[in-house]
Design a protein around this ligand. Structure first.
Ligand code: FAD
Ligand code: SIN
Length: 505
């Protein structure tokens, strides 16, 4: 070997060692290695959380032939989404009676309330995306996935009937979640791992490159592993995190019962990589959780679905109606809380939900289920006392058009009892306000990008569903959570398809 060639080889190997040293230094602090682009396409995407937001994102990816690994903390998939009982909003859709519904955006802005005075432009974009995509979200579920959503009801704060559910007996959350899950499981590109909790997102430089997660099993030791790829975080809210996020942001709600099973919130996954939080103190207290006569002091309540009021049901306190039952949840709850609670632990009020035979027929499958669970009983008005008979007679006159409602209610749907008597049949259950939903969460763009303190998308990560904040402000309209899951979940899925197809650029 000539002197010059030997010298060249020495210089080249020194350069190699130097480059390797620097490469290792720059990646050492931020494990793991950046994902080679070919692996991006091969490994596909990671979705964290198997509620409707996660399933919508995963469906979008699978439809584009991108592999999906979905990690779920619980033993069973579906999150809170599977419990949804009133339905999903959409406007305008062919299932809505009357002229095209153009008021959904305005109703949502109104329901958002004072929150609109901060970050207005940002909120308008999110609300615009939510409401403008609502008709196509319903079409995606009905036409692409064959889910029956043909029945509509008007819930509180809505100026039109636009909350869709099926005409049969299957509750909407279960119908939607089980159909999407079945379709995903039919794909060889889809892998669902349950009982696996994501502990942290992996960062390489400024990009998210995967997750670290721990799987538990009753038979074996728990194992901690990593997955690499772009990540969609759809971990739901923190209404069940009463010793953590809820205690931090709304300590005043500590003793309220909840419709959510106890579970820690997961916003830390995103805030630890630079995500910002919005509206964290906006927690929705739903006015009607059932007080089960068998376990009246249980902190976990079955929801008395808003659709029961939407189909014509009324609320009585001490035998009298006290508020427009179809105003927003925030306002109906505030009207109940003006009275003293009758129990302190949990804090509970004594309110009666009253339904007639017309409401029963319209929401038969719901009400039969509540009767079966002992939450609703069939009785007569006489059983509720003289004051209740007078109140129901006055409501019947309003429904019959004899005079306007002094509480301002204008929609009565299927209430048909126009001449109430002491022996008229009614269906009744005791209800009380319950912590139900968290409007706050991480700040996202309308494309479901997770934004940092400068409003810049954090590379490699997207988020959708209840883990995000800003879409609902101070009060979420009933039916808009399932909608946000579909709209922003699909948006996240679409962006990740692009990201992978553009090889991470
Ligand atoms: P979820 O469905 O809650 O799913 C999140 C999932 O992420 C969970 O399965 C959770 O276990 C998992 N997870 C969390 N952290 C981790 C982690 N670190 N690692 C791995 N997995 C994790 N909304 C409507 O619009 N219409 C309705 O009719 C309606 N009815 C409702 C009835 C009830 C009883 C309740 C409780 C809520 C209802 N809602 C309704 C609200 C709505 O169902 C939820 O807010 C919405 O479905 C949230 O969906 P999501 O996908 O964001 O979260
Ligand atoms: C309900 O059925 O009252 C819940 C609907 C919702 O939370 O959107």
């Amino acid at each position: 070997m000539s002197r010059t060639r030997a010298l060249t080889l020495i210089v080249l190997s020194l350069l190699g060692i130097f480059a390797a040293y620097h490469y290792n230094r720059s990646t050492m602090a931020t494990t793991p290695k950046l994902i080679p682009t070919s692996a991006l396409a091969k490994n596909g995407a990671i979705v964290v959380g198997s509620g409707l937001a996660g399933l919508s994102a995963a469906s979008q990816l699978i439809a584009a032939n991108i592999p999906v690994r979905l990690l779920e903390r619980n033993a069973k998939p579906g999150g809170n989404s599977i419990k949804a009982s009133s339905g999903i909003n959409g406007a305008p859709t062919p299932f809505q009676p009357g002229p095209p519904d153009t008021e959904f955006y305005a109703d949502t802005v109104k329901s958002t309330g004072h929150a609109m005075s901060t970050a207005r432009e940002h909120r308008e974009k999110l609300i615009g995306t939510l409401t403008n995509s609502s008709a196509s979200a319903v079409t995606w579920l009905t036409t692409t996935h064959g889910i029956d959503l043909s029945k509509v009801a008007q819930l509180g704060g809505h100026s039109r009937a636009r909350t869709h559910r099926g005409a049969g007996g299957t509750p909407p959350g279960f119908a939607i979640v089980s159909t999407l899950l079945k379709s995903l499981k039919a794909s060889p590109l889809f892998e669902l791992k349950t009982s696996c909790t994501v502990n942290r997102l992996l960062l390489s430089g400024a990009s998210i490159t995967g997750v670290e997660y721990t799987c538990s099993s009753p038979e074996a030791e728990s194992t901690t592993s990593e997955l690499h790829g772009p990540v969609i975080v759809t971990t739901g809210g923190f209404a069940g995190d009463d010793t953590g996020l809820l205690a931090t942001h709304r300590p005043d709600l500590a003793n309220f019962p909840s419709t959510n099973d106890p579970a820690p919130g997961s916003t830390h996954l995103l805030t630890s990589v630079g995500a910002q939080l919005l509206d964290m103190s906006s927690v929705q207290v739903h006015p009607t959780g059932f007080v089960d006569p068998a376990t009246p002091l249980s902190p976990l309540k079955f929801l008395a679905a808003e659709v029961l009021r939407g189909e014509g049901g009324i609320l009585l306190h001490d035998g009298e109606r006290f508020f427009n039952e179809l105003d927003t949840r925030e306002k109906v709850t505030a009207a109940i809380l003006k009275n003293d609670p009758v129990e302190e632990k949990p804090k509970q009020w004594d309110v009666l939900l009253v339904l007639d035979e017309g409401v029963y027929e319209a929401a038969k499958s719901h009400i039969d289920f509540y009767i079966f669970k002992g939450l609703v009983r069939k009785t007569t008005i006489g059983d509720l006392g003289d004051k209740a008979l007078a109140t129901i007679s006055e409501y019947a006159d309003v429904v019959a058009g004899k005079h306007e409602d002094k509480l301002g209610r204008t929609a009565f749907a299927d209430w048909e009892l126009l001449e109430p008597k002491a022996d008229s049949i009614v269906y009744v259950g005791r209800v009380t306000p319950v912590v139900h939903f968290t409007m706050g969460g991480v700040v996202i763009s309308e494309k479901a990008e997770v934004l940092d303190a400068q409003g810049v998308p954090i590379e490699g990560v997207w988020a959708a569903g209840e883990v995000t904040g800003g879409v609902h402000g101070g009060n979420r309209l009933g039916g808009s959570s399932l909608l946000e899951c579909v709209v922003f979940g699909r948006n996240a899925g679409e962006r990740v398809v692009e990201y992978i197809k553009n090889e991470g650029k």
